[in-house]
Design a protein around this ligand. Structure first.
Ligand SMILES: [Zn+2]
Length: 262
């Protein structure tokens, strides 16, 4: 039974080594601009969540729990991924507007996280897998605690949350990041196109599918998923009891990585 992570001795994931310096790949003459509809989409979801809360103000607890599970959870997850989009400044070209919209998107979630998420998430992109720097990777103690309660934790897992596993949990030690090309991308700002978000920066979710069309050579021979529920099942049944939370690739901070600019 595993009690340690996979360790990589390269500065960055092997599958990213072929990345271009910019997005000016031959068949992509235009740069991608921020998503002009982001503000509208986020506002609609926030208002829908607030309206639902008002609508349920005197409903029974059972009804509230059912609506939360079957409806509100999808919208809240959508807002969480909107905050991810905004952490990359992909709604407005002026960063502070993205920050304010992130705080607005955070309202129905209830727990303030949009501002701190940006700080830690940008470190995740810059120092992927680096021990003590990338907060997306659990510490040894965290991995032990979650693994001890694995079946309870997985039993509570929402299908949309499968993306947390599919993105970076290593099913094949040759590949550190995985994409998901299924229908839930429509509700999640296309976060399933995860390889694209890690290779190329500054592309809004609404345009990520185009990157795969324009530059298919970056996706050749890469494993991907079509179902997040299947990913959760695989995580628990196929190797969960053996590797579970330790199925992450870690690396030590190198001076080269530290000096690299964003
Ligand atoms: Zn990101």
């Amino acid at each position: 039974m595993a009690t340690d992570f996979f360790w990589s001795y390269t500065d960055e994931p092997r599958s990213y080594n072929r990345k271009p310096n910019s997005l000016s790949v031959p068949s992509n003459p235009k740069p991608f601009w921020p998503d002009p509809f982001a503000f509208l989409k986020i506002s609609m979801v926030v208002l829908l969540q607030l309206w639902t809360a008002t609508f349920l103000h005197d409903a029974s607890w059972l009804k509230i729990l059912m609506v939360a599970l079957l409806f509100g959870s999808f919208l809240n997850h959508n807002l969480f991924l909107a905050i991810h989009e905004l952490s990359h400044n992909l709604a407005f070209s002026t960063p502070v507007y993205n920050r304010w919209l992130g705080i607005f998107a955070n309202l129905p979630i209830g727990v303030p996280m949009s501002v701190t998420f940006q700080k830690y998430h940008l470190e995740h992109h810059r120092f992927q897998g680096v021990d003590g720097m990338d907060m997306d990777v659990p510490s040894l103690a965290e991995a032990h605690v979650v693994k001890m309660n694995l079946k309870i934790n997985m039993g509570r897992m929402h299908p949309m949350a499968g993306h947390f596993i599919s993105e970076h949990y290593v099913f094949n030690p040759e590949q550190e990041t995985y994409s998901y090309y299924g229908p839930l991308n429509l509700m999640t700002w296309s976060v399933g196109y995860h390889m694209s978000t890690m290779i190329f920066r500054g592309i809004p979710g609404s345009k990520l599918f185009k990157v795969k069309e324009i530059a298919p050579e970056y996706y050749e021979n890469l494993e991907s998923y079509k179902s997040w529920s299947q990913v959760i099942y695989m995580y628990v049944m196929e190797f969960g009891l053996h590797r579970a939370t330790f199925s992450r690739m870690k690396r030590k901070l190198s001076t080269k990585t530290d000096k690299k600019s964003e």
